[in-house]
Design a protein. Structure first.
Length: 138
């Protein structure tokens, strides 16, 4: 199964991520976002960060998840390449360990700057085949 596909959209870019379960589709959505940001550069697991989020529904949880990662990227110049997520669908929450490093121009390619995670075309499928779709403002 492919991890994700890029959705071309006028003046924006989107992704549809897939997984064997909901958590894996959220992990692959994060991976796709950082592949866009770093133009598919290799990211080492030099540091570990923990994220806990709770939202009103799964779509909002996806937006909150990717927005939190985008905040860490822009505020702390971090890029991430490996994600371990547990999703509690009953409570619409994520408990995640994420791994990455500081962005380094001599190592990482500069891809597309993502300004925000949007609600346009937002969709989460929490049954097989699991998927998470989102559009980014660039």
């Amino acid at each position: 199964m492919k991890k994700y596909e890029i959705i071309e959209h006028t003046a924006d870019v989107g992704i549809k991520a897939f997984g064997e379960n909901l958590a894996e589709s959220f992990e692959n959505a994060a991976k796709a976002m950082f592949d866009i940001i770093t133009d598919n550069s290799k990211i080492d697991n030099a540091g570990q960060y923990n994220i806990k989020l709770k939202s009103t529904d799964l779509e909002q949880l996806l937006v909150d998840w990717l927005s939190e990662l985008l905040f860490l990227n822009s505020a702390n110049n971090l890029v991430f390449g490996f994600f371990e997520i547990q999703i509690d669908e009953e409570h619409n929450s994520i408990n995640a360990r994420i791994f990455g490093e500081k962005f380094n121009q001599s190592k990482h390619n500069i891809g597309v700057e993502i300004k925000a995670v949007t609600y346009h075309m937002l969709k989460v499928n929490n049954s097989y085949p699991f998927s998470a779709q989102v559009l980014f403002d660039i």
